[in-house]
Design a protein around this ligand. Structure first.
Ligand code: GLU
Length: 420
């Protein structure tokens, strides 16, 4: 087994490849390799037993040349400043590929949310906001949910921000519940946006999505919705997984039943679900199943040099951020697997976050049809731009997506006169 790669080193190498093809000046290239700003915070939290624990958190504003920094906040025991840096870089390329007027940022707290009570989670969320409140804002940097953070956590953070500033400012954070100034259609937006790109990719490779077999790694907000939407569209979801394990039934899983089980489970995991025909497999085996469509929808670095040659899917649609390492990219490209790269495939979430901000600014809310029609237009336009770039330069889709995005960000940086 090779050492776990550093995601920020990967993000920088991906940029280096794009910079060489685009012929960026050395000064522009050097500027885009590093975050513009980062904040490290310590958050003391009183635990339910009366003791205090101090948690470490981060907020990185990678680039705001195209608009305020934008990106989620992750709660994860393995969070590091380098994962947050990488994720903030990917947010910069993500907002650029769908051409929304925002930059890239990301936040994280090192914690295990599954071991915290609801009260502890609320105090941690509010404590984080107290530390970052003066660093963010609707016109500076706008957080949102990510791994292990929810619309409810966004509400606590918004409330804390409004108490600190003494004003009603719902556009400071997105992914809020609909009854707390959120947008209709934000919940399933990442998965839905990914499925719009899958539909385009399937047309290109001549794959009929009716009854297409699907494996999904991750059953959180993104993976869970990918399963539900794939099922609704008539695809056959044969495998799903989360941290409690992976489950496989070649005849197709009963996704509504699994989703209902996960909703009712206090830990929101698949653990404890049983059905005839379904057999437990490992998360590693799930990735290597002979399926038409594979959705990595969990964490980074799961398709690596170690397993890339065993991936059998026709399309890999990366709903997670950073699931495939650069070595694995080369292998999948040579095998002719169609990759929809992360910051294109999963851009639906931030796209509807942007719509949410627009609605907050107008204080006027759109019907679901309007959200979905606009999302579809953004995703298909971005998909086509990346596909055309891949054809022009004869490169894999990830590099093509970088070429589209990095050029847009570099143009904004140059137009502002920061670096030529
Ligand atoms: N966390 C999501 C992502 O990685 C959404 C970010 C946002 O809505 O700002 O794209």
């Amino acid at each position: 087994m090779s050492v776990k790669p550093n995601p920020f080193t990967i993000a920088q190498h991906q940029l280096d490849d794009a910079a060489a093809i685009l012929g960026l000046s050395p000064a522009m290239h050097a500027f885009l390799r590093m975050p513009m700003r980062e904040l490290h915070v310590s958050i003391p939290v009183q635990m339910d037993d009366g003791t205090y624990q101090t948690f470490q958190g981060f907020r990185v504003q990678y680039n705001d040349a195209r608009g305020p920094a934008k990106g989620g906040i992750r709660f994860h025991p393995d969070e590091t400043i380098d994962t947050v840096r990488a994720l903030s870089a990917w947010m910069t390329w993500k907002t650029a590929v769908v051409d929304i007027p925002l930059g890239g940022g990301k936040g994280g707290i090192i914690c295990d949310p599954k071991s915290l009570s609801r009260g502890e989670l609320e105090r941690l969320s509010r404590g984080y906001m107290r530390r970052v409140a003066h660093f963010i804002g609707a016109d500076k940097d706008v957080p949102a949910p990510d791994v292990n953070t929810t619309p409810e956590i966004m509400t606590w953070m918004l409330d804390e921000y409004e108490v600190i500033t003494g004003r009603h400012l719902p556009g400071v954070i997105t992914g809020k519940p609909v009854h707390m100034f959120g947008s209709l259609g934000r919940g399933d937006a990442t998965a839905r946006g990914g499925i719009y790109t899958v539909r385009e990719a399937a047309k290109l490779i001549g794959l009929d999505l009716q009854n297409a077999s699907v494996a999904i790694q991750g059953f959180g907000n993104v993976g869970g919705w990918a399963a539900k939407l794939s099922h609704q569209m008539g695809m056959k979801v044969v495998a799903v997984s989360d941290i409690s394990g992976a489950f496989y039934d070649p005849a197709g899983l009963d996704i509504p039943a699994i989703a209902a089980h996960v909703d009712q489970n206090p830990r929101h995991l698949i653990e404890g679900y049983t059905a005839a025909g379904m057999k437990p497999i490992t998360n590693a085996e799930l990735l290597e199943l002979p399926v038409d469509l594979l959705f990595p929808a969990a964490l980074e670095n799961v398709i690596t040099a170690d397993n890339a040659d065993r991936i059998q899917a026709k399309i890999v649609a990366e709903l997670a951020n950073g699931p495939t390492t650069p070595e694995a990219d080369q292998v999948l490209f040579k095998k002719g697997i169609y990759i929809i790269p992360d910051f294109l495939c999963n851009a639906g979430g931030v796209t509807v976050s942007y719509f949410e901000q627009v609605q907050n600014a107008y204080n006027f809310y759109w019907p679901i049809e309007e959200v979905q029609t606009r999302l579809e237009a953004k995703m298909t336009t971005a998909f086509r731009a990346v596909h055309e770039m891949a054809q022009v330069h004869n490169v894999h889709n990830r590099l093509a997506a970088y070429l589209v995005s990095v050029q847009r960000v570099a143009d904004a940086v140059a137009a502002r006169g920061w670096v030529k």
